[in-house]
Design a protein around this ligand. Sequence first.
Ligand code: KG4
Ligand code: ZN
Length: 368
Amino acid sequence: MNILAIESSCDETAAAVLSGDPKNPEKSRKKLESSVVVSQIDIFKSYGGVIPEIAARSHLEAILPVIDKALSDAGKTWDDIDAIAVTHTPGLLGSLLIGTLTARTLAILHHKPLYPIHHLKSHIYACWLEENAVPTFPLLALVISGGHTQIIRMTKHNDFKIIGTTRDDAIGECFDKVAKILGLPYPGGPSISKIAKTGDPKKYRLPHPKLTSDPRTQNPNNPAHNPELDFSFSGLKTAVLRKAQEIAKVPISTPSYELKNLLTETQKADLAASFEKTAIDILLENLEKSLTLYPDTKSIVFAGGVAANNRLRESVNFPANISINFPALKFAGDNAAMVASAAFYEIASGIKPSNPYSLDILPRSVIK
Ligand code: KG4
Ligand code: ZN
């Protein structure tokens, strides 16, 4: 079976072709035939962040050439394609619309079954593109992206229980905001990592959040949710701002955009390194807590753009009987190969395709 997947949830337009036999998912080898990603980062660098309207227009320009290239790189024609998969939730409304409407139209035109895919599910399934080291169940997936920070327990394919989540900012968003304070280009994660390499991660002490487990913080719709495993990153972002003001010896009323001109390169590097270390320590502390609550865990899966972070990859240290699964660097950020991988396991689990005439997009939704 050849799956053509499309991704356009934020600021990357992507398409990929994956082949394999979902009737025999454990034994057959999947093969990624092609993966094309066109990023809008260069457009948004000058704005310091994504402008949804511009992102949607750029997707519109790129989407058909990207799909054509994915097909031709794979050496396939429409006759060879057996299914279409597309990210339809969550993400930016206009961006999701372009990918989803394109996929719907192509599914109708070429008479192909259409599989709508949840974006976080595809980030998790990026780790199943690593044929030689796929995760084992039960597992804990740490989803760390620009919009999400969650710990998800999976006991089998397509079974997701959110056990911890952020109460405010996502970790990637926090990297992006701290980068802005330090005057570093968008996206903040790679920019922070780059200058943090030359900084001292122990130079500045930054706080770890102290979350209450007040019963009101329990998600009433999700009995698996444990408020003690929640995250909070907005306080860390403010702590970096206050520390930057303190180092620059200016009052706390000083606007954040002035700080980049008041800090030396060494101060910026030390602050970036201290922030990066604190953010990663917070992630790993929560994962350790989760492991004690779920001692049957066999794998830990890292998913989402922040999983590209080098310090995180180097800091991970769990018992040897637990496999650690990171996506390949090229599949940590948004791409369509991971969408195809998620669709492959949906098809393998017998999940039915959707109606291409009515499939809707959902800018916000919980993984199910
Ligand atoms: O998964 P992703 O590509 O898009 C979303 O689904 O949000 O994640 C994007 C986020 C951005 O916030 C970006 O700053 C962050 O991932 N990121 C990183 C790194 N590379 C990307 N954060 C930390 N270190 C990195 N190396
Ligand atoms: Zn993403």
